[in-house]
Design a binder for this molecule. Structure first.
Ligand SMILES: OC[C@H]1O[C@H](O[C@H]2O[C@H](CO)[C@@H](O)[C@H](O)[C@H]2O)[C@H](O)[C@@H](O)[C@@H]1O
Length: 594
């Protein structure tokens, strides 16, 4: 039986991340980077594919758990017949090597703890050789090596390809475990002090969180979202991943299982928008610099996504030895969407750079030249059909959202040229481009009979991405066509109050079998659109319901299944947390006025 996704909490060091279950098991961890092969892959397979459990002997799930406020330090606590115990999990900021730190602390009585460590490199497929060295346990296979040690030393033994331990902790006593990865051909990295790492990690996160300028309703959920978005940032390069997992299904038992451990221009620019609104400009600058490096070259070669350092090839493959989360196969690594044409990303990139500029990010001539090159590419490319923001695997279409975002690209450049006449750029030509796209969308993307924009030219179907039309300023929010579209999406794509992206089963537009849950970022867009079109009460109610979907530690996956009441899709997902932050700011501003 698989655990519901809500059972998981995230820890990470801004180069990779792990998921820890409420039973005290680390079931997902890729090392050394987000997109490396997993050494714990139980999440999308079985325990034999790698996990590390630390919990009271014979205990089930924890009694309670929480993050230390504003941090990624996770406390999981059990009350047992013997007493109470806490396991504190974290991945400290790296010096030399990635470390997973787990500190067991007695709170009351004397509790017997069990440790079960199954290290399996290469996504759960390789059982490493384990040996003892320098008084520690070391696992080696191929390029990977991991060291396990504890302070004070705890006896471990190997049985059934598993490293076991059993020990007791009394009130006030602590035992710290550190699992350190390093390339197997190199000498062991310096040992870190786990207690000092905890202190430093907590302090760094608290300092970062204290800069958040949001002070309105659901402040905790907003801050948790921002911390999660920061955790998805690959610190060495500034790239931002869409989620730290692969193949958590959009339909339980289905094939809609994708690898999100890469930097989508769409997801990362929207992440940036959320961070900038909350006052985090350093991340914006780091991402802009990542972008300039990633896309350097011919603008026609712009990809919709890249690797963490801007890598261009992300070949998609299946990992057939993994049974999948809830039998959802295939489990995939890599993502073929990398080859798609998705015209909306030009608008998202240019819009987020405009936002960062307005927020005070220092200008950079290369960045402006890049934007001019992108809009130049769009001047002909906008007429092409594409795969759209949902990355359909069916035929290319003239998706209305893509055209609207192409309009956004031209519009933001026009505004910048109007505001700063000294900037280079052909204002007249770009204004003409903007107006041509606008006219085309109104003529071909609007269904006058139903009084709604449509999913793509010539279709009568709807798409929740149409909700962004008033948000990006394509039409005013009181325009009857906007009102009609918001109403139509609400009527036809709502499911128990939340919103589906589109009607997958009815149309087959995405070229995939099966169906999926409600898409959380679309539900946040509905809240935004309701507010802008004068339905603020309903917008706030929806926002309350969406915030309530977060698990006990405030995390959201990509989707939610209102029938089973469980989250679906990769977890935690930037898109959903971006939606939460964005809607908070739309509804309450910074919240200072209440
Ligand atoms: O629906 C098929 C596609 O699903 C994935 O794309 C989704 O995730 C992306 C990352 O968050 C997001 O940018 C996109 O809007 C979503 O539709 C998958 O990555 C694709 O390969 C797949 O074709």
């Amino acid at each position: 039986m698989h655990r519901p996704l809500e059972d998981y909490a995230l820890i990470g060091d801004q180069q990779t991340a792990a998921l820890v279950s409420s039973g005290g098991s680390v079931d997902w961890l890729c090392l050394p980077r987000f997109d490396s092969a997993a050494c714990f892959a139980a999440l999308v397979g079985k325990e034999e594919n790698g996990h590390w459990q630390l919990a009271p002997k014979g205990a089930g799930d924890c009694t309670r758990r929480s993050y230390r406020p504003g941090t990624l330090v996770l406390d999981t606590e059990w009350d047992t017949d013997e007493g109470s115990v806490r396991v504190t999990d974290l991945m400290p900021q790296r010096d030399q090597a990635p470390d997973l730190v787990r500190i067991v602390e007695g709170i009351r009585g004397r509790v017997t703890m069990r440790g079960t460590l199954r290290l399996r490199f290469d996504y759960g497929s390789i059982v490493p050789w384990m040996r003892k060295a320098d008084g520690h346990r070391v696992a080696v296979a191929g390029p990977d090596s991991m060291w396990l040690r504890s302070e004070p030393p705890v006896r471990t033994w190997g049985k059934d390809l598993t490293t076991h331990s059993e020990f007791t902790v009394e009130e006030g006593e602590s035992v710290a475990f550190v699992l350190t990865w390093h390339p197997s051909h190199e000498p062991r990295p310096d040992l870190i002090d786990p207690f000092e790492s905890l202190r430093r990690s907590q302090e760094e996160w608290e300092e970062w969180s204290a800069q958040c300028r949001y002070d309105g309703p659901h402040k905790d959920a907003v801050l948790r979202s921002l911390v999660t978005l920061k955790a998805l940032t690959f610190e060495p390069t500034g790239g931002i991943v869409a989620a730290p997992t692969t193949s958590l299904p959009e339909e339980l038992g289905g094939v809609r299982n994708w690898d999100y451990r890469y930097c989508w221009l769409r997801d990362s620019t929207l992440t940036l928008g959320a961070l900038v609104s909350a006052g985090y400009l350093d991340e914006a600058k780091a991402w802009r610099d990542w972008l300039l490096r990633a896309v350097a070259g011919d603008p026609a070669d712009l990809q919709i996504m890249y690797g963490l350092a801007g890598e261009r090839r992300l070949p998609e493959m299946e990992l057939p030895w993994l049974a999948g989360y809830g039998h959802s196969v295939p489990v995939r690594a890599g993502n073929d969407a990398v080859h798609q044409l998705q015209l909306d990303v030009y608008g998202e990139v240019i819009d987020s750079l405009a936002l960062a500029r307005v927020a005070g990010m220092p200008s950079e001539p290369h960045a402006w030249r890049l934007q001019l090159a992108l809009v130049e590419f769009l001047s002909t490319a906008w007429r092409r059909p594409d795969q759209g923001l949902w990355e359909v695997r069916g035929p290319r279409r003239h998706f209305v959202h893509s055209k609207v975002m192409a309009w956004v690209a031209a519009d933001r450049i026009v505004k910048a040229l109007e505001d700063e006449p000294g900037l280079p750029g052909d204002l007249v030509a770009i204004r003409r481009l903007r107006d041509d796209i606008h006219r085309d969308v109104l003529e071909r993307g609007f269904d006058t009979e139903r009084n709604t924009f449509t999913q793509y030219y010539g279709s009568t179907e709807l798409d929740a991405s149409l909700l962004i039309i008033p948000l990006v300023g394509f039409l005013p929010s009181d325009d009857p066509r906007v009102l009609g579209t918001v109403q139509a999406v609400r009527d036809e794509l709502s499911d128990n109050g939340f919103v589906r992206r589109y009607s997958a089963e009815a149309t087959g537009v995405d070229g995939l079998p099966g169906r999926e849950g409600t898409f959380l970022v679309c539900s946040f867009w509905l809240a935004d659109a309701l507010h802008l079109t004068g339905h603020t009460k309903e917008a706030r109610e929806l926002f309350d319901q969406l915030c309530a979907l977060g698990n006990d530690v405030g995390l959201l996956a990509e989707e939610y299944d209102p029938v089973s009441g469980h989250q679906l899709g990769n977890f935690p997902q930037a898109f959903s947390h971006i939606g939460l932050v964005g809607t908070a700011f739309t509804l309450f501003g910074t919240g200072e006025a209440g």
